[in-house]
Design a protein around this ligand. Structure first.
Ligand code: SAJ
Length: 405
C-alpha cells in the first residue's frame, strides 16, 4: 500500500493516478476540510481530465484521510515555500511530514519525497531525522514531479521521470511503482542529482523566458516586433526561444531557481539576473498600460480593466501571479488599484475591485489589459468589443487597437 502525504496540486493527481492503475493508495492531508471535500466526491481544483481520473480512482478504491497509514511506501508531496527575504527554501512542511511518517512507518519502509526541494535538502533536513529517531532502516528516495498545470493528467502518463535513491535496488522498486502508470523513461540516479535536476529544469525555463523578456525590451527600444523576431528566429533548427509576457508566476518557475541563487550567491549570478528580469515585467507592462492610456486619451484608471488573475492560461491557481505582482506595483506607485479585475477561472474574491462576470467587467471600460490568455478570449478580440487592448502575451491576434509588448 502507498500512503501519499499532501493532497495538493501534485499529491492528489499522483495518488489518483496510482489508484487508477491498480495500486492500493491512501491519500493523507492534515487539512480536514480538504479531505472532507474529497470524501464527499469532489475534486479540490480544476484541471483537464482530473474529474474523470478522480471518478476512476474512487471506483478503484482510493481513500482519503487525515491519518498517516502503516504501509511499505510513503510519498511526501507537501509544499516547499521559499523565504522571500533570504531566497532559501523553507523545508518545514517536508520535515514535519517526514517526521510523522517515521513515527508510524514499519521497518524498512520507503520514504519518497516528491516535493520540489533544493539540492542537499534531504541530506541537511531529512537524513538527520532518521538518525535522531533511530530509523536508519527507512530508505530515502527523491522522485521529483515534472507535470505542467493545465496538462497534468496527460503529462503524468507520458513524461519521463527521475528517481534518486541511496540504494539502487530501492530506486528500482520505486521506479516499478511509478511505472504502474508512467509510460515515459524513468532515469535512476542518486538523491542529490535528482534534487539538482529538478531545480535545473525549472531554472532553464526561467532563464529562457527571461531572455525573451529582455528581447521584448530591446525590441521595443529598437522599434521591432519581438513576437515576430522570436517566431522567425525559432525557425532555426537549434533555436527555441520561449514567449515574453507580463511576468512569470506559479509556484515553480519564479521560485525554484532562487534555491540555487540562495545557496550559491557568489556563483549563480546569471540566474539571479534572469529572475530579476522576469520579476520586472509586471511593472513594465503597467508602465506600458499608462502610456497607452495617455495615447488613447483615458485619464481615469477605472476605465481600464485587467483580464486574468491566474498565473497562466486555463488554470485556477493564482500563486505568484503576474496580475498580483502588477497590482502590488500599482498600489506602491499609485496608491491603490482602481482598475477592475476579472478572471473566469477564479470564483473566490482574491483582490479588491474583482468582478465575477464578463458583462460586469466590460461595463464602463475603454481599455483592457489581457494578462492571461484563457481560452475564453485567446484569438477572440471581439469578446472585448472595440476596446483598446494591451496584449503583452500576444494572444489576441493582430488588428484593431492592440498593443503587444
Ligand atoms: N511563461 C511565459 N512565457 C513562456 C512560458 C511561460 O511568460 O513562454 C510564464 C507563464 O505564463 C507562467 C510562468 O511562466 O506565468 C510559469 O508557467 P509555465 O507554464 O512555464 O510552468 P509551470 O509553473 O506551470 O510548470 C513548470 C513546468 N516546468 C518546466 O516546464 C520546466 C512543469 O513541468 C513543472 O512540473 C512545474 O513547473 C513544477 O511543478 O515544477
Amino acid at each position: 500500500m502507498v500512503n501519499v502525504i499532501g493532497l495538493g496540486y501534485i499529491g492528489l493527481p499522483t495518488a489518483l493516478m496510482m489508484a487508477a492503475h491498480g495500486v492500493e493508495v491512501v491519500g493523507t492531508d492534515y487539512n480536514a476540510e480538504l479531505v472532507a471535500t474529497l470524501n464527499a466526491g469532489h475534486t479540490t481544483f480544476k484541471e483537464e481530465g482530473l474529474d474523470q481520473l478522480f471518478a476512476d480512482a474512487v471506483k478503484d478504491g482510493v481513500k482519503f484521510t487525515t491519518e498517516y497509514q502503516i504501509c511499505d511506501t510513503y510519498i511526501v508531496s507537501v509544499p516547499t515555500p521559499y523565504d522571500k527575504v533570504n531566497k532559501k527554501i523553507d523545508p518545514a512542511y517536508v520535515v514535519a511530514a517526514c517526521k510523522a511518517v517515521l513515527e508510524v512507518a514499519p521497518e524498512k519502509a520507503i520514504l519518497v519525497v516528491e516535493s520540489t526541494i533544493s539540492p542537499g535538502t534531504i541530506d541537511r533536513f531529512v537524513r538527520p531525522l532518521l538518525v535522531e529517531t533511530d530509523r536508519q532502516d527507512v530508505a530515502l528516495v527523491h522522485a521529483p514531479e515534472r507535470i505542467i498545470p493545465g496538462n497534468m493528467v496527460s503529462e503524468l502518463l507520458h513524461n519521463n521521470r527521475t528517481i534518486g535513491a541511496d540504494d539502487p535496488e530501492v530506486g528500482k522498486r520505486v521506479a516499478a511503482l511509478y511505472a504502474s502508470f508512467c509510460q515515459g523513461e524513468i532515469a535512476l540516479t542518486g538523491i542529490r542529482t535528482a534534487e539538482m535536476t529538478k531545480v535545473v529544469e525549472n531554472t532553464f525555463r526561467a532563464v529562457n523566458i527571461a531572455f525573451a523578456n529582455e528581447l521584448a525590451k530591446v525590441c521595443r527600444v529598437g522599434g521591432m516586433d519581438v513576437h515576430e523576431v522570436i517566431r522567425i528566429a525559432n525557425k532555426h533548427p537549434r533555436v527555441n526561444i520561449l514567449n515574453p509576457g507580463p511576468g512569470v508566476g506559479g509556484h515553480c518557475i519564479p521560485v525554484d531557481p532562487w534555491f540555487l541563487v540562495g545557496d550559491y550567491p557568489e556563483t549563480a549570478n546569471f540566474i539571479r539576473l534572469a529572475l530579476q528580469t522576469n520579476a520586472s515585467m509586471s511593472e513594465y507592462v503597467l508602465h506600458r498600460a499608462y502610456e497607452a492610456m495617455r495615447e488613447n486619451g483615458i485619464d481615469d484608471p477605472s476605465k481600464v480593466g485587467i483580464y486574468g488573475l491566474t498565473y497562466k492560461e486555463d488554470v485556477d491557481d493564482v500563486r505568484e501571479s503576474p496580475t498580483l505582482q502588477m497590482l502590488e506595483a500599482q498600489a506602491e506607485h499609485l496608491g491603490g488599484a482602481a482598475m477592475k479585475v476579472y478572471d473566469p477561472w477564479v470564483e473566490r474574491d482574491v483582490v479588491p475591485n474583482q468582478v465575477h462576470s464578463m458583462e460586469e467587467f466590460l461595463d464602463g471600460l475603454e481599455m483592457v489589459i489581457v494578462m492571461v490568455g484563457h481560452s475564453q478570449v485567446k484569438g477572440k478580440p471581439k469578446v472585448f468589443g472595440n476596446r483598446a487592448l494591451i496584449d503583452p502575451r500576444n494572444v489576441m491576434g493582430d488588428g484593431g487597437n492592440v498593443w503587444k509588448l
